[in-house]
Design a protein around this ligand. Sequence first.
Ligand SMILES: [Zn+2]
Length: 248
Amino acid sequence: MEKLTACLREAERILVFTGAGISTGSGIPDFRGPQGIWKTQQPVDYRDFMTSPAARVRYWRQKLDGWQSFRDARPNAAHAAVADLERAGKVELVVTQNIDGLHRAAGTSRLVEIHGTNGAVECQRCGERSAPEPHFEAFGATGEAPACACGGWLKPATISFGQSLRQEDLARASEAAARCDLVLALGSTLSVYPAAELPLAAARRGVPYFIINRGPTEHDDLPLVTGRLEGDVVDLLPRAVAAVCSAP
Ligand SMILES: [Zn+2]
């Protein structure tokens, strides 16, 4: 912890990389965890979504099941601590694997949501974005997968299985990995690639690399890791940040 606060104090361009563990404290289910939704449900592949009416309905039903917890979730102390670091002028970029919009809600603006967001619905043909609520309500009432006025299929603006990451998001994230002077991986098992490659790319430049997570991560045994804090990021990160960014 002392090593982390010392590095935080010196850093001016932190790359913050976050995963599901930062949002479980806000009531967002961890899709890949032991109780995760993907243990009981088969995710819908993007190609199937685009080609099969039954797959689209199955997809929207899964999304509708999780919608309430997303809609009701509020940022927690860890999201707030990340936003505090940005206000202190220390953040190059926050890259999150989460689709819950909680970093934005906490006030983080230097943000890439690398796996997209549940906060908008996007037409897969014309790209138009709209608010999700009316589409979920319509689907709940009719059971029919919603379509755009242009005839394209509507889908929450998340990256589905089998769907590529957005090039401009990847480019911004890679640039930050090349510029940062400290990298933090928070609440991620660092098992989903290519996203988990980002902190490694930074660490390979010799930049200090800290991991805070409850439970093992795939980077734990790498010699590139400067510090590894075991525990809940919602508990540990605010303490480290408070030691560095004292109230004005
Ligand atoms: Zn459209």
